[in-house]
Design a protein around this ligand. Structure first.
Ligand code: GLU
Length: 432
């Protein structure tokens, strides 16, 4: 049976690179009805932190990646000592200054990487390698091999940055008389310019993307396309679909560019396609966190989400764009165009009539509200947009926003009439 693993070191949060490794390993196991192991590589007791472990687990779950088993290397130190002892007995390891070293004779090593094909290692820098450090903690290559072997890992899927560790690990497999697993090294993730990733491009924690209003479906889809080319032009992939289609041979060898616009595009797509109810939880979290809402009913929030979901890239865009739906006062924007519309007091009587017509609408829905606007514009012989612009500012404070009639429906009659009245008063007071 196929068994893969994801082996994060909890010395930092889960980033895009780690999440992609986890996803590809998980997919491979799930596709083959195998098992997926999570191994927390917390051997560095100084730098490993509980807070990071929690973030890693929470973020994986949020992405939809589950595991059949979890082990912590910090609980397996005696096991590593035992195997170091075995190597010593075989004369393959020795102690020096409190540390244990593995010594080897190196001949050329060839690895048939499932993504990159044959990789030939002609030499290694040193004829020995530390396996147990002087503080008693195991070195990465050593405990990685012991665990991968004892936990039955058949396929080691990890980032390209670990290629140079592979020959050292193979020597250890052989010395310990373990079967060597298959290896698959995923391409590096590069910045849009082709250079190494920086904070701006992907070195952001997954939990931070969540806070910024990205949906897990969008992130998963984005991660899938970071190095995997399914062969046609399809770009939208759910986890289920990806499970069907994923093959290691379709993973690229060359670096995968991290394009934030692509993530935004995918996120906008998933926000648009979701039902408002699905977005309710995450939207509420973000709006509450930002102090935009405190006690808002699910029903009202759903209506607001529906109004905006077709025009935002991230749920956090609601903080700025939808704030007017939740507050009593409207702050008029101070840009030149808005000021120009606000300065046009000649509209007072027109908007007054419009307000009356809106107040007469009984079935307060977008279509009826639109008829009230049309009726008014015909009666006054003015263009519809000349009514729409000032009313939009009266209701939202801005010149741009979702469809005005839908916005009015969401705000409801009372708020709408009050806000229009406020604009009329503003004109009356500034009527010199
Ligand atoms: N703890 C290592 C890392 O986070 C795991 C490497 C591996 O998958 O073998 O990079």
């Amino acid at each position: 049976m196929i068994k893969t693993r994801f082996a994060p070191s909890p010395t930092g949060f889960l980033h895009m690179g780690g999440a992609r490794t986890a996803l590809f390993s998980w997919l491979y196991a799930r596709k083959h009805e195998g098992k997926f192991l999570l191994r927390i590589e917390d051997t560095d007791l100084q730098r490993s932190r509980q807070e990071y472990i929690e973030e890693i687990l929470t973020s994986l779950k949020w992405l939809g990646i589950d595991w059949d088993e979890i082990v912590y290397q910090s609980q397996r130190f005696s096991l590593y000592q035992e195997y170091a002892q075995k190597l010593k007995q075989k004369g393959l390891a020795y102690e020096k200054e409190g540390a244990v070293f593995f010594k080897y004779n190196f001949n050329q090593i060839e690895v048939e990487d499932l993504i990159r094909g044959k990789i030939v290692f002609k030499e290694l820098p040193k004829p020995e390698d530390v396996i147990i450090k002087s503080d008693g903690s195991p070195a990465y290559n050593f405990c990685c091999v012991i665990d991968d072997a004892l936990l039955g890992i058949t396929h080691v899927i990890r980032g390209e940055d670990h290629i140079s560790n592979t020959p050292k690990q193979i020597l250890l497999y052989k010395a310990l008389e373990f079967d060597v697993p298959f290896f698959a090294h995923l391409p590096l993730i590069l910045s849009p310019g082709g250079g190494r990733m920086s904070k701006r491009f992907g070195a952001t924690a997954i939990s931070e993307y969540r806070r910024q209003g990205y949906l897990p479906q969008a992130l998963v889809n984005f991660l899938l396309l970071l190095g995997w080319s399914p062969g046609d032009n399809q770009e939208i992939f759910s986890l289920d679909l990806a499970q069907d289609r994923f093959e290691l041979k379709d993973v690229n060898k060359s670096g995968a560019k991290f394009l934030l616009d692509k993530l935004d595009w995918l996120n906008a797509y998933y926000i648009k396609s979701a039902s408002p109810q699905e977005l309710l939880g995450p939207a509420r979290e973000i709006l509450e966190e930002a102090g935009v809402i405190s006690e808002v009913s699910d029903e009202y929030l759903c209506r607001v989400i529906k109004l905006f979901q077709g025009r935002i890239n991230r749920l956090s865009d609601l903080v700025e764009w939808a704030a007017f739906c939740f507050r009593d006062d409207v702050v008029y924007e101070s840009d030149e165009k808005t000021r120009k519309i606000l300065a046009n007091k000649k509209k007072l009587e027109e908007i007054e009539l419009l307000r009356q017509n809106i107040s007469r609408v009984e079935n307060f829905c977008a279509t009826e509200i639109e008829s009230a606007f049309r009726k008014t514009s015909e009666a006054l012989e003015v263009k519809l947009k000349d009514l729409v612009h000032p009313v939009r500012i009266a209701l939202t404070g801005r010149r741009i926003g979702p469809g005005l009639f839908e916005t009015i429906e969401v705000l409801g009659k009372e708020k709408t009439l009050r806000r229009i009245e406020n604009l009329l008063n503003y004109w009356r007071q500034n009527n010199d």
